[in-house]
Design a protein around this ligand. Sequence first.
Ligand SMILES: Nc1ncnc2c1ncn2[C@@H]1O[C@H](COP(=O)(O)OP(=O)(O)OP(=O)(O)O)[C@@H](O)[C@H]1O
Ligand SMILES: Cc1cn([C@H]2C[C@H](O)[C@@H](COP(=O)(O)O)O2)c(=O)[nH]c1=O
Length: 214
Amino acid sequence: MLIGKFISFEGPDGAGKTTALNSVVADLTPQLKNMLVVTREPGGNRISEAIRNIILDRKNTEMDDRTEALLYAAARRQHIVETIQPALNSGKLVLCDRYVDSSVAYQGAGRQIGVDEVYQMNLFATAGLLPDLTIYFDIPSEIGLQRIMTHRTDEINRLDVEQLSFHKRVRASYLKIAEQNPQRIKVIDATQSKADVVSNVEKIIYQENKEFFK
Ligand SMILES: Nc1ncnc2c1ncn2[C@@H]1O[C@H](COP(=O)(O)OP(=O)(O)OP(=O)(O)O)[C@@H](O)[C@H]1O
Ligand SMILES: Cc1cn([C@H]2C[C@H](O)[C@@H](COP(=O)(O)O)O2)c(=O)[nH]c1=O
């Protein structure tokens, strides 16, 4: 039985998810201690991190779009089985940097495989496990990419170097997913200062998970 809470952080490249997540974790850890599980996709365990390295390696230029979609889904399956599901079963608050919405936006819309097909494939991979809450960091593609190219040049991956049109499709898809799922997805303006972004994220987490902060 799932008794914990599952929160995903989503957004285009360079939106500031990881930066905000690190600050939120530093702020929440004194209160939540070992009730908090922080993880990321693709990754979170040995097998999924190995798949991550294959997907994101800029040398893998010949990778087929559907192969890419399947690899993300395979990494996700292993992540659920090894990390997310056990944490939820023991009542933890799981904070995950990216999840299924990333596949729908990047592979479904960005790669133009089709959002419905990619979503259906992920229903198989996840057996229907969706986050209770998703915080979507919205940012124009140009600003997100600019942040990466200016500050994070050492970590630029195979997806980051896609054309601007790819990244614009990804953002448009995220906005559509958010519009279609207003109960689950809360949108944050990620062009704000780091402090304001973190404060907005924490407000949402407190509001939606009061049982963890008694
Ligand atoms: N609110 C902000 N204002 C300005 N710069 C920011 C802000 N948040 C993060 N940054 C900077 O933007 C860059 C990208 O941030 P970060 O790695 O957190 O983004 P991300 O959403 O996790 O990206 P990706 O998904 O591509 O890994 C970093 O150099 C970070 O310091
Ligand atoms: C989970 C997931 C991720 N992606 C893309 C999004 C990013 O470009 C990279 C991951 O890098 P990050 O620095 O950890 O954000 O992978 C994707 O295309 N599809 C997915 O399902």
